[in-house]
Design a protein around this ligand. Sequence first.
Ligand code: CTP
Length: 455
Amino acid sequence: MSADPSIICPDHGSDLTSLLEERLPADVIRCIRAVCECSELTGIPACLVGGSVRDLLLGRRVVDLDVVVEGDGIAFAQELAGIGERELVPYSRFGTAFVMLPPGIKVDIATARRESYPEPGLLPEVEPASLHEDLLRRDFTINSMAIRLGPTGFGTFIDQHGGCGDLRAGIIRVLHEGSFRDDPTRILRAIRFRARLRYTLDVSTVDLLVQSVESGMLDEVSRQRIREEIVAILTEDDAADSLDTLSDMGVWDSLFKYDLTLPEEVKALFRRGDGALQWYRSLAQEHDFNEVERWVVRWLLLAGDSSADTFSRLSNDFHMGQAVSQAAGERAERYPRAHTILFDDSHVDSHGSSRRTDSTLYWTLTLLGPVSIVLLAGEGSQEVRTLLEDYFTRLKDIEPFVDGNDLKSMHLPEGPRIGEILREVFSAQIDGEVRNRTEALDLARHLARPSGKGR
Ligand code: CTP
């Protein structure tokens, strides 16, 4: 049993008006009042459902609102957007839409519906239904509670499936036996909620989950949808726990038949990754760098001992996106080269001074994207981070004294030699061997002579 005093477990039918007002920030309450007003105006019954209710009872932060209406969800959302004079984004296939209400709170509006699944893993066929049926189709008891918002009975708590009892007992339980068959991505959701809330999976739910995995249900789901769930898992604080469970229950192997064995010590690996990301983000604030997402770093960390080629293929097949494919591509050559330059002590001579030149550092790191930089920082000591910072603060934005047009005006024929000379001159500039444009041009002229190869 969970002893957490912030968990409130009201009876079905209780009035939760004061709880809403006590626990939710004023902005969120204003949005709830707007939904209530809309329900009164249109006469369409509306309820707060799902994660919003769960998190309210748990005393966790409620960020966005999930609303279900017994009637036309899109019409309701249009009316709500009118009240708030806000943007509406409809998604008509399921009669759902969302409205952004100030100050950036997303209100998801869905038509109460019943779902039937033509095949496991496919998106469902939907028809309008009562709130009761809508709650019945949901994944877990803890996500099947609702609070009425209008047009009457504001604040009435609806808990027909023992959601609150399971919330207090700390149990993730499917609402019905067909839950994983209806939507196998719930296998991943169950494991994610278990880790996030530090709950246990109900025994029958575990049986159903393992049977579903063994019967290959996850193969029926599109890789795009699997990707979304993996991203959600890797974004959470307790991702390493989820990965342990995915592995123990055979889900990981069933998903990734690519010889992608989970590395040992995922927890320690992620801790280092988070530390490096924090380091990168503080640098990024000062220097206007591209944002790096936590899940991307963690996904790359999971590559472990698998070959760079396998990992790239896997990442492409699961549509992991541009940041991942860039870093996965760098894993083969550029990353190991940078690793050697940064970590290899043979760059330090017998007097303890570094022979690692600024230009070597520059050319090695300039070929790497931000994710690889975070990974390098995660592997290294403070000394390595200092080198990386040095690159960002001192070297990265140096403007070359000479460019291709300067070389053309020296009547150098088009061809690869132009690039080689530019690189040599720029290296000399980075290393402080040429100090101004005149010296750089002199060096370029010297190198451009037929006998001028090398300095
Ligand atoms: N839901 C479901 N089956 C799914 C996905 C969602 O039954 N495969 C239902 C659940 O009732 C869930 C609600 O839709 O609570 C909203 O889904 P979502 O926003 O994905 O999840 P949340 O529960 O709000 O969780 P999170 O805190 O991660 O946003």
